[in-house]
Design a protein around this ligand. Structure first.
Ligand code: KG4
Ligand code: ZN
Length: 344
């Protein structure tokens, strides 16, 4: 089945075409330079830019896949979670295309898309523990199949990606800063300053990053009281933040594996899954449990993209997902993975 997939959940206008699991193209038009000066995504600006770009991104995808709508069998679109004005553009466009070309329309949960991003090449083994770390979410998800998700832990405040972005902002590194903080952290000494590991004694699988963010703010204040921050100071702060932020997540993954010993595979997805240190540390932990770590096959599949939405539709259809009712389909900004149900 050839699927044309659309994602406009935040600030990337993305369209991909897949033949089953095979990604024929994954076009991403990023709006990041427009939102940069505001230090975050501005929902109505995102909507305007999605509207301006969506048709040309669709044309580009069709041309890269060397096809037209006569070669497409189904449309898939993200209907949540995400920013309401942004999601709306993709959902409306997908509905129009489905009606105009007489195609079935599959409504996809963006977070199921992130999990599916690990399986363009890998084979899924269930039950699986999905570690979802993006700009909007930090969740540990017990996954029984593509279609049966239970959130067993989640952040009580900021997501991990958001914490990276906020630390970058405090250090004046720019937006989105996750990648920049990670790069500087590689040069720094993670033992240079002591920061508290969040949620160490909570006994559950939840996470929290707002306290750590405040601890970093105080640390920056203390270090800069002694003089302007040097590159070494900044790299050390990034390294300490990254170490503690990841340590907190890794301890919860270890706890989850002891609570759910039947887990067969761990999937790491979402924008922060691009982080090389996080991958390495997680792999080292999983080795002790004789478990494999699966990650997206390339960098483009880690952050928001439509190929992962096409993959989710592909796995959803195999799991019994039915096409959406075009008249009633609407965006759901606070959609949860636990809302995914394919069988009656
Ligand atoms: O999944 P994503 O593209 O968007 C959401 O659905 O939220 O994730 C974006 C997040 C941003 O917060 C960005 O700073 C973070 O992923 N990020 C990283 C890295 N690359 C992207 N964080 C840490 N290390 C990275 N290498
Ligand atoms: Zn995302």
């Amino acid at each position: 089945m050839i699927i044309l997939a659309i994602d406009t959940s935040t600030d990337e206008t993305s369209v991909a075409i897949l033949n089953g699991q095979k990604i024929l193209c994954n076009v991403i038009s990023s709006q990041v330079r427009y939102h940069k000066k505001f230090g975050g995504v501005v929902p109505f600006l995102a909507q305007r830019l999605h509207k301006e770009r969506i048709d040309s991104v669709i044309s580009e995808a069709l041309s890269r896949a060397q096809t037209d709508f006569s070669g497409i069998d189904a449309i898939a679109v993200t209907y949540g979670p995400g920013l309401a004005p942004a999601l709306q553009v993709g959902v409306e466009k997908a509905k129009l295309l489905a009606v105009e070309h007489g195609l079935p329309l599959y409504a996809v949960n963006h977070m199921m898309g992130h999990i599916s991003s690990c399986f363009s090449k890998n084979v899924a083994k269930f039950p699986m523990l999905a570690v979802l770390v993006s700009g909007g979410h930090s969740e540990l998800v017990y996954t029984r199949s593509f279609g049966e998700y239970q959130i067993i832990g989640q952040t009580l405040d900021d997501s991990l990606g958001e914490a990276y972005d906020k630390v970058a902002r405090m250090l004046g590194l720019g937006y989105p800063g996750g990648k920049l903080v990670a790069k500087l952290a590689l040069e720094g000494d993670s033992a240079a300053y002591a920061l508290p590991v969040p949620m160490l004694r909570s006994g559950d699988l939840n996470l929290s990053y707002s306290g750590l963010k405040n601890a970093v703010r105080l640390l920056i204040g203390e270090v800069s009281a002694e003089g302007p921050l040097s590159r070494k100071n900044i790299a050390d702060i990034c390294a300490c933040f990254e170490y503690v932020a990841q340590e907190s997540l890794l301890r919860k993954v270890t706890l989850a594996l002891s609570m759910y010993p039947e887990v067969q595979q761990v999937a790491l997805a979402g924008g922060v899954s691009a982080n090389v240190r996080l991958r390495a540390h997680l792999r080292a932990i999983l080795k002790k449990h004789d478990l494999e770590l699966v990650v997206p096959a390339n960098q483009k599949l880690c952050t928001d993209n439509a190929a992962m939405i096409g993959l989710a539709a592909h796995f959803g259809i195999l799991a019994g997902q039915k096409p959406a009712e075009i008249e009633t389909l609407d965006r759901i900004p606070y959609l949860s993975l636990e809302d995914v149900h394919f069988s009656e």
